[in-house]
Each structure stands twice: as structure tokens, then as C-alpha cells.
Design a protein around this ligand. Sequence first.
Ligand SMILES: [Fe+2]
Length: 167
Amino acid sequence: MSDSAFTAVAPSAVSPVKPVINRTHLSLFVRDPEASALWFADVLDMQITARGPQWVFLSFGRKHHDLALIRAESGAQQGGLGLQHYGLEIDGDVDELRRLYGMLLTKGVKVVKTTDHKVGFGLYFEDPDGNRFEFFAETITDDAEGRRVLGEHHAPSEPVVLDPLFT
Ligand SMILES: [Fe+2]
């Protein structure tokens, strides 16, 4: 990253190759891929695009997959290492976030917390296996300003009361 506000890390070897990421996808171990796929289709409005004997792939509607659900070994449990949460920036403002809050509650989804990040608001919830997701609504839409504010406030995550909207 060339922005002087960020700490430069010495490269381990000189190379001109740098990753330019177009899109990310997430792959999760889950107890029951088919059951979890129905949950993601319902809660996140995702489409099942492919499946194999031990996995299901889902898309938000554009790419072939944004999420892969892989069958975990039997007896697997959530641990202290690994994914903490996966954040999904929503298309919309805080009122849309509140509507999604209402949707999650209506569907019986476990909502963990709501937070103020100074660059936006976060709404954290869990999938059927306890994997944590976040809907976040940006309140600072300029990316450079967002980086500045987040750094200046030391990446805050303060509890905030968001009232769910039920439409
Ligand atoms: Fe986050």
C-alpha cells in the first residue's frame, strides 16, 4: 500500500508482483452443507450454483460462487482459532441495516451485537454452525476518508443501540 498513513512492511524478497483482488469468496466448514445452504439462501438471499457430495456453492447473484460450504468432520466444534467474522457491506444506509436487523430477528437468526465503527455501523449474527457474519452500513462513503477516520480512531467497535425495523 502506498498511502503514507499506513505502516510499510519490509518485503521478504524483492518482487514486482502484487495481488490485485477483484472479489473475495469465503469457504466454511459446516456440519450439514445442504441444511446450511438453505439457511444462506433464506437469510442472505443467495443462490445455490453448484454442489458436490460434500459441499454446496452459493452466489450473491453475479459470480459463480461467493461462498462454499464444506462438510466438516463429524464432531467438529467452533474453536478459538480461525475465522472471527466475515463482513458484508450492504447496499443501503443505516435504515436498511435496521430493516435487515428486523429480518434477522423475524427469521430467528442469532444476533450477537450492534456496533459503531465511526465509518459505519455493524450488525453481527451467526449462521447455524456459529460462524459469525456482519452486515455493515458505511456512513463515510469516500474510501480515502474512511481509511483516515478508521486509523485516527484506532478501528473502534463501540456498542450502539440500533432499533430493528419490521416492515
Ligand atoms: Fe467487520
